[in-house]
Design a protein. Sequence first.
Length: 150
Amino acid sequence: MAQLTQYIDEQLILLLDSASKEEVIKQLVDLAASVKGLPAQETLYQAILEREQLVSTAIGVGVAIPHAKLPLYHDFFIAVAILHKGVEWNAIDDSLVRIVFLIGGPDNQQTEYLKILSSITKAIRNENLRRKLMHVKSATAVATLLRGIS
């Protein structure tokens, strides 16, 4: 799980009461741009929305993994949102999304991207972890839970 834990940054975690997936994505993109000093914030946001139009990134069990890769980024990052209320995301199992891992990064590092995606999907298979994440009260608690997975 080293791939996931190395990308967990407490500054990139939000606890939200958002009403829509677009709002959640926007808040995560804004946070990542602010914390990481990312260029092309609006380009990233639009790229993620375009990806969502192709097929939903809600993978079931209350989790979504919106993502975009852009040539102007050199490193990957993950921004996490824990949603107090479930958000409609067109999930394959029709569940509302409560946990969001937004991935951004370079478009020329597909292997690293797949490792990150694999580590997230492996982690969220753990029902106990998902349940704990849905009831956290702080970004610190989220980071602690995600860093503690093995």
